[in-house]
Structures are given as structure tokens and as C-alpha cells.
Design a protein around this ligand. Structure first.
Ligand code: BG6
Ligand code: MG
Length: 225
């Protein structure tokens, strides 16, 4: 079959927050609440910069937005991050399978039905909880999350570990990402990427995808091989 002969892609690696579920808004709400406690407003536009970024790096972005960088000890920062995470988990603990973004589960199954691997590559230490709350863990051949990596995106570690977990060479991997740091991490891993959601910050991705509804593995192969 021509489609199979032209195919370079054998593994799709998915970011979680903002690609599979819309948890980016919960991260934002939890950071905004912390900022308010510290006496300033953290705007949605400022929140964009925390996408794909690790918890402690996100905290630095929040503190900088309030002009509070270099003001707190390491222990205080740990306490702020723990407080933010507790708020975030309040939202996550209410999540249901209905919060998996439209078309995502169908696409993941479609990828697998063509014999390609499906891997999660997330910076979040809460990824396992979210997969279980949403009932989608079984859709993945391997899961690599923030509990298993030392270096945050744009470092390629999370995607390289994900590829290794299923024995895939980076050249046959495609990363699905909603954050600039993730697109950069994919490039550094030697992988192609799909920028999800239409942000101009994702211009470096191999291709853009507004949303998963109606998207198929055949369309992916037709677009990027
Ligand atoms: C990423 C999110 O997936 O995970 C970031 O895009 C977040 O916003 C990061 O900071 C770490 O998540 P967590 O759940 O470990 O605090
Ligand atoms: Mg994301």
C-alpha cells in the first residue's frame, strides 16, 4: 500500500496538559490564586509562559511577574509550589473522562490501529493521576512524566525517554505539543512535531493542528510522512 510505503512515522508522543486535556486553565487558576495571596494579579497572558514549563520554573515566572524575584528562600518557594499544587489537585480530583479533549481518544486508537506506538511525554508530576481520572491510561504504550525526568522541556529528555521506552528511533517519532518549550524539546530530540491549538508561538513545529476532531493517522502521514 502506497500509504504504508511512504510512512516515516512509527511513534506518536503526546504532551498531556493542553493537548489531551485542558488542564492548562487549572494550572493558571492555581498560580493566579497564589499570586493574589502574594498581593498581585497574574494575568492569563502572563500564564502563557508557564505552559510546558516545570512547576518550580513556573513559580519563578509567577514571582517575576509580581516583581518578587529573589525575595524568598528555597524553603518558602517549596511551600508556595506545594500550595499551588494542592489547589491544582483540587481541580484535578474533580476531573472526569468528559474532559478528554474532543477527538483525542479516537485519534490515539487510530494511531495504534495502524501499528504505531502511542506514548505520553509530560512534564507534569500529576500526569498519572490525570490519566486515571480520565480513564485513558490504557490508550498508551508507555508513559513518561515529570516524576521520571531530571531536566524540564525544552530539554529533550522526556521525549527521548518516551521513544526509548517503546524502542523507537527519534527519526520515526512525532511529538504533539501545545507549548513552545515542547516544540523546541522535540526539535532537540531530533523529532518532528505537531503544534496543537494554533498559537503563533508554535511556528517552529513541522505542522500545525487546530484540534483533533476529524484528524486521522492517514492525514498525519499524508502531511508529514
Ligand atoms: C506541564 C504544564 O505539562 O507540566 C506546566 O504545561 C506545568 O504548566 C508542568 O507547570 C508541571 O506540572 P505539575 O503538575 O508537575 O506541577
Ligand atoms: Mg502542554
Amino acid at each position: 500500500m502506497i500509504f504504508e510505503n511512504l510512512r516515516m512515522t512509527d511513534c506518536c508522543i503526546f504532551d498531556l496538559d493542553g493537548v489531551i486535556v485542558d488542564t492548562a486553565r487549572y494550572h493558571y487558576l492555581a498560580w493566579a490564586a497564589l499570586a493574589r495571596e502574594l498581593g498581585f494579579e497574574f494575568t492569563p497572558a502572563q500564564g502563557e509562559a508557564t505552559k510546558g514549563v516545570s512547576r518550580m520554573d513556573s513559580l519563578e515566572i509567577v514571582l517575576r511577574a509580581g516583581g518578587l524575584e529573589n525575595r524568598f528562600s528555597g524553603a518558602e518557594k517549596e511551600r508556595f509550589a506545594a500550595e499551588k499544587n494542592a489547589r491544582y489537585l483540587d481541580y484535578v480530583s474533580q476531573m472526569t473522562p468528559s474532559e478528554v479533549l474532543p477527538g483525542v481518544a479516537t485519534f490515539l486508537r487510530d494511531v495504534r490501529s495502524h501499528g504505531a506506538r502511542v506514548v505520553l511525554g509530560s512534564a507534569s508530576k500529576n500526569a498519572g493521576t490525570i490519566l486515571d481520572r480520565c480513564g485513558i491510561r490504557a490508550l498508551f504504550d508507555a508513559v513518561v512524566d515529570g516524576t521520571q525526568v531530571a531536566r524540564a522541556k525544552p530539554d529533550p529528555e522526556v521525549f527521548l525517554k518516551g521513544a526509548a521506552a517503546v524502542g523507537a528511533d527519534p527519526s520515526v517519532c512525532v511529538v504533539f505539543e501545545d507549548a513552545a518549550a515542547g516544540v523546541e524539546a522535540a526539535a532537540r530530540a531530533g523529532m518532528r512535531s505537531v503544534g496543537v491549538g494554533g498559537s503563533p508561538l508554535l511556528a517552529r513545529a513541522t505542522m500545525q493542528l487546530m484540534a483533533f476532531e476529524g484528524f486521522t493517522f492517514e492525514k498525519l502521514i499524508a502531511a508529514i510522512g
